[in-house]
Ligand binder design. Structure first.
Ligand SMILES: [Fe+2]
Length: 180
């Protein structure tokens, strides 16, 4: 039986919430063409290549921001040229990369514009400000920064859920080059 298909009595420990330090470590994507994907994740976004398995016969490349072991895996385990993901099927909607502040997000957006791969749109979610685009395989990619924690919740403690679309160029227009 698959998890979640039936409720049953569980030992109390199993009812504990997941440890609060658990976080998303990396995203690992099946891609059609690793070099094409590197053009996006390495060249347009600036992630560094930590390991390239191809010379050893492993059709996968791993990238990271900073000195982490990897935030992104790209593979053609299913074979280069595999069909791209079908947007009508369940699966990844987008993966979000969090930049430390709006200035760093603005730099990333400027880099994408310079590279000729500009964001598709931008949205102010209240707690976060995000730009969106697709990677070469059509996987959604969100780049965002978090506003201060006090702005994540309303006066009643509920998460602020809004989606105000704006022209991504506003991020670049701010005098501090930090934008919205
Ligand atoms: Fe998102």
């Amino acid at each position: 039986m698959k998890p979640g298909t039936a409720r049953r009595k569980l030992p109390s420990m199993i009812n504990e919430p997941v440890h609060p330090a658990v976080r998303i470590g990396h995203v690992h994507l099946r891609v059609v063409d690793i070099d094409r994907s590197l053009g996006f994740y390495r060249d347009a976004l600036g992630f560094g290549v930590v390991a390239d398995g191809r010379p050893m016969g492993l059709p996968a490349v791993f990238l990271a921001a900073g000195d982490y072991h990897h935030h992104i895996g790209l593979n053609t385990f299913e074979g280069a040229g595999a069909p791209p993901p079908d947007p009508d099927r369940a699966g990844l909607y987008h993966v979000a990369f969090v930049y430390p502040d709006r200035r760093e997000l603005a730099k990333a957006v400027q880099r994408l514009v310079d590279y000729g791969w500009p964001p598709d749109h931008a949205t102010d979610h209240g707690g976060t400000v995000s730009v969106y685009l697709d990677d070469p395989d059509g996987n959604g990619v969100e780049l965002c920064y978090d506003r201060p924690r006090a702005q994540w919740f309303d006066d009643d403690g509920r998460p602020i859920l809004k989606a105000d679309h704006f022209d991504f160029h506003h991020i670049l227009d701010h005098p501090d080059n930090g934008g919205r």
